[in-house]
Design a protein around this ligand. Structure first.
Ligand code: ZN
Length: 219
């Protein structure tokens, strides 16, 4: 993470501008946190266009965010009745067994960060949910690999949750949840497709004001 900060992925001084979706068809190539990869990514970010993401800021009632989050998580593959989501100040996931998975998320009134923080925690939840019954009540049932566990959360938050296919499916329900805020913003205006291979610019590190998706994944 220190290398990432030196290369400019740290806290952004200017208000972060971002987009609802970044779909990068080369995303999976940036696996290992090598300096070479960071350098390439830094270059992409430096050339990234500024995108007006004002539609992501406004009044988003937490109760409706919560309804949307539960709607999404219910489709991710966890057994009905084996999980729940509750609000918290700092999102986390814990589990008491593979069928007692407890997600928490944070709903802020003026943005939709909860969508991605929920997906992140749901990734942790899926990891816990997938631990074999035969391992329950053993040390191996308690997140045997923190790295793999975190990789699942990043996968759902970033590779899935910022992908075009995901939003082709979920943008309609999101608009229905927030018709005043998003009803007039069509999917095409809410998304930008980027591809390093096509020499277009990549917006990864500007998606979130606090931690960039790219640096967070590589740290
Ligand atoms: Zn995590």
């Amino acid at each position: 993470m220190n290398d990432a900060l030196k290369l400019g992925f740290g806290p952004l001084k200017a208000p972060a501008k971002g987009v609802l979706i970044v779909f990068c068809d080369d995303a999976l190539k940036f696996g290992p946190a090598t300096r070479k990869a960071l350098g390439s990514a830094a270059d992409l970010v430096a050339r990234a266009p500024q995108v007006d993401a004002g539609f992501l800021h406004g009044d988003f009632p937490p109760d409706r965010q919560r309804a949307f989050a539960e709607q999404v998580v219910a489709t991710l593959g966890m057994e009905e009745g084996s999980w729940r989501i509750d609000p918290t100040a700092h999102p986390f996931c814990t589990s008491f067994s593979n069928r007692d998975v407890r997600l928490t998320t944070r709903y802020r009134e003026h943005d939709l960060e909860s969508v991605w923080s929920t997906l992140h925690e749901a990734g942790h939840g899926l990891y816990a949910h997938g631990i074999a019954d035969s391992l329950q009540r053993t040390p191996l049932a308690n997140a045997p690999s923190l790295g793999l566990n975190e990789s699942q959360s990043r996968t759902w938050e970033n590779l899935v949750g910022r992908s075009l296919p995901f939003w082709k499916h979920w943008y309609g329900p999101l608009q229905e949840t927030f018709p005043e805020q998003l009803g007039g913003v069509p999917l095409a205006d809410a998304t930008v497709q980027v591809s390093p291979r096509a020499n277009t610019n990549c917006q990864w590190a500007r998606l979130k004001g606090r931690a960039s998706s790219l640096s967070a994944t590589l740290k």
